[in-house]
Write a protein that binds this ligand. Structure first.
Ligand SMILES: [Zn+2]
Length: 395
């Protein structure tokens, strides 16, 4: 269920139901099809932290004491419920293993408050790094955007008229069509555009020739174009404090490696201690910075948690710089299975008992790369697109 102001109770009940359902399936599978390793991915703490954050965080700009009185403990209770689910999975798993069992809990990120959204494409238009088509409707939409006729204000006007429940009932397709009436990537004049931002947290792409469908930046101009974008980003200031908004700009060569690294985003951004994130599509409105309008009041942080419990782990050890990609080699090592040469990550030896640590990580032959083509049926493709859209990856 998607969170919307007013449906807190149902949304929270849905999170608990999700944990219960996942737990029930997991226990059933472990019983019916015993395996040496069970991996579960629980999502309720992510969904819950995105939406319930402001109820427990008194410093959040959208903290509301009346709602906090009702839902201030809701996120804590989701975590407590998950703790209990993990305990049940662990108990069921350990019952089946005579040789002793191990449990690893790892999050793929942490969480913190989310205050604002940034519309990077609007910044790029203002800085001349993106141009809009000269055609009448685009200019009209741009004018309307700059004068406040945006998806954000349309929603606010409907709310004032008491019609927000009408919009909630409108199908996703209709909502996409409505958003299409506003400014979008369709309005961009790619023949004059240096860079654009698209993706879940504002990944920035240079309009590179040979990679982008209408790329104009030749490879020899790539570095200079990227410099221009970085300069534009460095002009961003927190309007309240006047301090620079950009904490870090991570170039693609630092963020990705491997044969397809050059297909990914050219720049990644960390803004305002993660309290500001970019809007994943074209823009929410004509301003560069805007208060977060969607339901979210919390967002991801770089550092998450790692817990190792059981016979393989030493008590009280800390594991500096553990990454999610270290899980697979660590688990292979615990099972005495050679770690393939081309596998990312490392064995987290700091967490393991001296006996396991002493055994140098075995390096096995590189696993053969699968070249099998995955063909989706039209239906499957539509479903994948729908899921990506729901996550905000597609317009
Ligand atoms: Zn998330």
């Amino acid at each position: 269920m998607q969170y919307k102001a007013g449906n807190e109770a149902e949304f929270i009940a849905d999170l608990h139901d999700l944990i219960d359902t996942q737990l029930r399936y997991a226990l059933r599978l472990m019983q019916d099809q015993p395996t040496d390793v069970v991996m579960l991915h629980f999502l309720a703490t992510d969904n819950g932290s995105h939406t319930l954050w402001r109820f427990m965080d008194k410093t959040h700009p959208r903290h509301d004491p009346a709602l906090a009185a009702k839902y201030g403990n809701a996120l804590l209770e989701v975590y407590q419920h998950l703790d209990d689910a993990v305990k049940q999975v662990q108990e069921a798993g350990c019952k089946m293993q005579d040789a002793g069992c191990n449990t690893i809990i790892m999050s793929d990120h942490g969480f913190g408050p989310l205050h604002r959204t940034i519309n990077l494409n609007i910044l790029f238009v203002e800085k001349g790094l993106m141009h809009l088509k000269p055609r009448f409707f685009t200019q009209l939409r741009w004018w309307a955007f700059r004068n406040g006729l945006t998806p954000a204000t349309a929603y606010k006007i409907l709310s004032k008229l008491g019609l927000q429940n009408v919009t909630a009932k409108v199908s996703r397709k209709a909502r996409n069509e409505m958003v299409g009436k506003f400014l979008s990537f369709e309005d961009v004049d790619w023949s004059k555009t240096t860079a654009y931002s698209m993706g879940h947290v504002g990944q920035i792409y240079i309009n590179l020739q040979g990679r982008e469908p209408h790329g104009i930046i030749t490879p020899d101009r790539y570095t200079a174009a990227r410099r221009q974008v970085i300069d534009a980003l460095n002009t961003l200031r927190d309007p309240a404090t006047g301090k620079p908004l950009v904490d870090r700009i991570i170039p693609r060569e630092e963020a990705a490696h491997g044969p397809y690294a050059d297909q990914g985003a050219d720049l990644h951004l960390i803004l305002d201690g993660y309290k500001t994130i970019a809007f994943p599509l074209f823009a929410t409105e004509g301003r560069v910075l805007t208060p977060q309008i969607r339901g979210d009041s919390g967002c991801h942080r770089l550092h998450g948690i790692f817990i190792g419990n059981g016979a393989a782990f030493v008590n009280g050890a800390t594991v500096p710089n553990a990454r999610i990609i270290d899980l697979a080699p660590t688990i292979l090592h615990m099972f005495n299975v050679p770690v393939p040469e081309d596998m990312d990550g490392r064995v987290l030896t700091d967490a393991l008992t001296p006996e396991l640590r002493g055994k140098a990580a075995q390096i096995g032959a590189a696993a053969t790369t699968s070249t099998a083509q995955v063909d989706f049926t039209e239906e499957e493709q539509a479903e994948v697109e729908e899921r990506l859209r729901a996550l905000g990856y597609l317009g």
